[in-house]
Design a protein around this ligand. Sequence first.
Ligand code: NAP
Length: 487
Amino acid sequence: MATTQSGREPRFAILGAGMSGILASVKLQEAGLGFTLFEKAEKVGGTWRENTYPGIACDVPSHVYSYSFELNPEWSYLCSPGAEIQAYFEGVAARHGIETSLRLGDAVVRCEWKGVDWEVETASGFSDRFDWVIAATGILHHPKYPEIEGLDSFEGANFHSARWDHDVPLDGRRIGIVGTGSSGIQITGELASRASKFSLFQRTAQWVVPVEQTAYTEEEREKFRTDADLLRNLHEELSQNFNDGFGTSVLDGNSEMVQGIQDTCTEHLDTVIEDPELRERLRPNYRAACKRLVVSHNFYEAIQHPNAELVTDDIVRIEPTGVRTADGRLHELDVLALATGFQVDRFMRPMTIRGRDGVLLDDVWKDRPSAYMAVGVPGFPNFFMLNGPNSPVGNFSLVQTAEMQFGYVMDLVEKVRTGELGYAMPTAEAAHRFEEERVEAAKKTVWATGCRSWYLDDRGIPFAWPFPFSRFRKEMAAPVLADFEAA
Ligand code: NAP
């Protein structure tokens, strides 16, 4: 590899050892390029390391949620449990020997462009220089705690779903869960029958897509082990259905497929929930897929368990012994878990990221985060993000998205290597043009059809990639050099 502006072989800093960071490391390792993978926690795995709540699984089929270069014949279920997914990522990292370049337990606090390269500094005071920074810190990363009066006064066990305290006993206890997103629904599926009393505090009803919890048989796994084409075809077929099918349907709030999903969810609700009053309280009043769809094989059964109660009266405050709702009731609890989601506009912050001319990413993103083609930011040379702002989230496979984004970054590395670019940084004009077009397309998606969700930015505009998968594939296949600064 030729030298860079800084006069040495390019070196990469990868921020975050979750799915995207492990991917980038494996690929750089294969390419024989030097990198350091920075991880603030004590082990790799990202969201699957941090989310260990009871019932956790990935509701995307496991054969989609796998690297294309590390297909896994051993998945136990169509949608496998979280611990198995964590083990998969740890296994990939170990098999590819990336631990020699892994710096665990030391958070990056500052990345600063020094004119020719980046200085990266960690909390322990370690610092080093890199030609490229790849931020792979995830979206659903910083827990969001609800602003509910008296939360700190609760005398029982209280934690966020992404910070589950496994020392707290659950069986036979009075458990409350705030929130009915994918996390709250999965927790309910697991805990409703184990609690002596289970209270699910629902602010907004969810559309629930039914999926069978299909286990792969040993015979099927043996076929996957011995027939690589079978495994590859399954991965490709499932990914294509997801990316082109679901990924296209959400771009139009009135699409037939969205209507079909809504019909399926409605039938599920109408057939499984027996009590008409409960059924109506569980019936959403907005379009299916406006919020991130919830997928479940057991939620409706769980919420009908004799010990379970769906609470739809507003929470007024938390008291030492439980949750007080607007009807005046006190729901007494031993354990209160907050499945209240994540601060999705943080990305790699609170790190200080200082680009060219001393510009701070925090200032550039003071209104809201955005990125050219969902990967780069004007003013920040050789700085790219995987699954960063404006990335497809929920519409395409996150793993495939990261793989394609990484391929795009490697194309830019090559352009710098060959001298076609001095460094890789989108122009302000290109970023502005992309964002204007993106916002117009985003307004037509199902996410903008009138619901409250984490897909919306502070203006109420969906922040994700609002174009078809074909466009994403085309854009990621070849950077448009005219959109990058020539210097
Ligand atoms: P979420 O979807 O953001 O849901 C948060 C829930 O908390 C919502 O029901 C929200 O109500 C409720 N809430 C927030 N503040 C509240 C308050 N002050 N009072 C009452 N209720 C409040 O969070 P999540 O369930 O953790 O899921 C986040 C994302 O993680 C998912 O959308 C998905 O992308 C991902 N995830 C994926 C899987 C998987 O299997 N692949 C599993 C879990 C999570 P409103 O609806 O009224 O706002």
